[in-house]
Design a protein around this ligand. Structure first.
Ligand SMILES: Nc1ncnc2c1ncn2[C@@H]1O[C@H](COP(=O)(O)OP(=O)(O)OP(=O)(O)O)[C@@H](O)[C@H]1O
Ligand SMILES: [Mg+2]
Length: 225
């Protein structure tokens, strides 16, 4: 049987704004097999980022259980969670979250430095940099990068530790067609070469096509499309 790397069961999430309550996730169940690409489409506001943050242990559901590599994440302490994330999960955030005072190269290498305790660029880091076409921009601060360059920096940061699981929130959101294709090719390559599991959200049906399993998030529920 395929190994399940992410298991989510009966996930509920409601946001409160003053007196108004908004149920975004209404009992989501999702099993992600090792080595699969999962794509999640859904309208703006459907809850895709919310779900990805919960799967990546950055946010907690109101109800329900998430297991990563068969470990229940709700029973872990904060530093155990941080270690699990650093070792096993790479994130490409919708809004990138680069550290403003570090250059592109430093931002990319940070997870590797945290993991290895050494401030050296790795060959893999340099190769990734070349693949995403950022070698010439590596010494720029985030404020000196275009939106697409920031995104590509975030892509390298997410992949630097070769995490088992990559969670990518609209990774092609603000890229032109050529760079979007290159990024998709890179994701397909790491999936094929390293068996990397990928969960990605997108508004783009062409991007969604790369999924081994394709979902739509609608009215708080996931359905296979
Ligand atoms: N911290 C919060 N407090 C209150 N409401 C929130 C909060 N975060 C998100 N929401 C609301 O929850 C809903 C889902 O948000 P989410 O960011 O998960 O949507 P999304 O599917 O990722 O949308 P998009 O495609 O625009 O990125 C939205 O209607 C949003 O306004
Ligand atoms: Mg979103």
């Amino acid at each position: 049987m395929d190994k399940i790397v992410i298991e989510a069961d009966q996930i509920f999430k409601t946001y409160s704004n003053g007196r108004r309550e908004l149920e975004v996730l209404s009992g989501i169940g999702l099993n992600v097999n090792s080595g699969n690409i999962i794509t999640i489409m859904g309208q703006s506001g459907a809850g895709k980022s919310t779900l990805l943050n919960i799967l990546g242990t950055l946010d907690k559901p109101d109800k329900g259980v998430v297991k990563i590599n068969n470990i229940r994440v709700d029973v872990l302490l904060e530093d155990e969670l941080a270690e699990l994330r650093n070792k096993h999960i790479g994130f490409i955030f919708q809004f990138h979250h680069l550290l403003p005072e570090f250059t592109a190269q430093e931002n990319m290498l940070l997870p590797a430095w945290i993991k290895n305790g050494k401030k050296i660029p790795t060959d893999w880091g340099m190769e990734l940099l070349e693949t995403v076409g950022l070698t010439e921009r590596k010494d720029h601060l985030p404020s000196q990068l275009s939106g697409g360059e920031r995104l590509r920096t975030a892509v390298v940061r997410a992949l630097i530790n070769q995490p088992d699981i990559l969670l990518a929130d609209e990774p092609t959101g603000n890229l032109d067609i050529e760079n979007a294709r290159k990024l998709i090719d890179l994701l397909l390559r790491i999936n094929r070469d390293f068996g990397q599991t990928i969960v990605l959200t997108t508004h783009n049906p062409e991007v969604a096509e790369i999924g081994h399993v394709k979902y739509e998030l609608c009215a708080g529920q996931l359905r296979i499309i």
